[in-house]
Design a protein around this ligand. Structure first.
Ligand code: 13P
Length: 257
């Protein structure tokens, strides 16, 4: 099964830096004997030039895909500052990141808002990476199971019928909030426990008997810990933040699949 390694560049870089990063990642992935499916999530304002840079390499087209870090839950209209799903089609943008902890906690996105985004994305036939994860307080009080169950149920409930018809369009990323950008990834045992829980939830909700829905881990993934994480049970790939801003580190992570 091909692993997915996704790069979330967040609000980092400049046009010059990110074009070079895309080029270096593209070249590096080309040299790998075994290639993961790679998805790049640049800041939205750079989607067009990054999309062009990816397309420069025809042979590798399918391996590297483009995604948007955030999306409006509404169709075109009076929503200042937002980007609609229809607009992303102009840039060959396949994936949409929804429910990232930074959107939930810094920009106060509610579970209802996240559910609306999942719903519009599935109505428009887009691929979604839905992020879920518990805070340190939840983790320390043994509430991980409860939080993840609530987040998955609330995000998917409105869209169950559409997701059932197109299971492959859904990817879940488990990103413990306390592991993001801290250099402290979750323990393998905890990753396996939560990914297995997510599997069970997807089975129950969407009848995903063949594990068509991939589950990624994110939170301080590095060249040092990538192999162990990617080899863990029910881990289908990684969502990489900080380390994806270095082509060298990102390729080293890709090499461990
Ligand atoms: P870090 O890899 O920097 O911990 O970020 C993870 C993340 O938030 C990816 O979406």
């Amino acid at each position: 099964m091909t692993k997915i390694i996704a790069a979330n560049w967040k609000q980092n870089g400049s046009l010059k830096l990110l074009i070079k990063l895309t080029r270096d990642i593209r070249t590096g992935i080309n040299r790998l004997k075994k290639r993961p499916k790679t998805i790049l999530f640049p800041p939205s304002i750079y989607l067009d030039p990054i999309s062009k840079e990816i397309k420069k390499n025809k042979a590798n087209n399918k391996n590297i895909q483009l995604g948007i870090q955030n999306i409006s839950p509404y169709n075109n209209g009076a929503y200042t500052g937002e980007i609609s799903i229809g607009m992303t089609n102009d840039f060959g943008c396949t994936y949409i990141l929804i429910g990232h902890s930074e959107r939930r906690h810094i920009f106060m996105e509610s579970e209802k808002f996240i559910s609306n985004k999942v719903s519009i994305a599935f109505q428009k036939n887009k691929k979604v990476i839905l992020c879920v994860g518990e805070t340190l307080k939840d983790y320390r009080s043994n509430n991980t199971k409860q939080v993840i169950t609530r987040q998955i149920n609330s995000a998917l409930r409105e869209s169950l019928q559409l997701i059932k018809k197109n299971k492959k369009n859904l990817v879940i990323a488990y990103e413990p909030v306390w592991a993001i950008g801290t250099g402290r990834s979750a323990k393998i045992q905890d990753i396996e426990t939560t990914h297995t829980l997510i599997r069970k939830l997807l089975f129950k909700l969407i009848n995903d008997t063949k594990s068509e829905i991939k589950i990624l881990y994110g939170g301080s993934v590095s060249p040092q810990n990538a192999k162990e994480i990617l080899d863990a049970e029910n881990v289908d790939g990684a969502l990489v933040g900080g380390a994806s801003l270095s082509a060298k580190k990102f390729i080293e992570i890709c090499r461990t699949i």
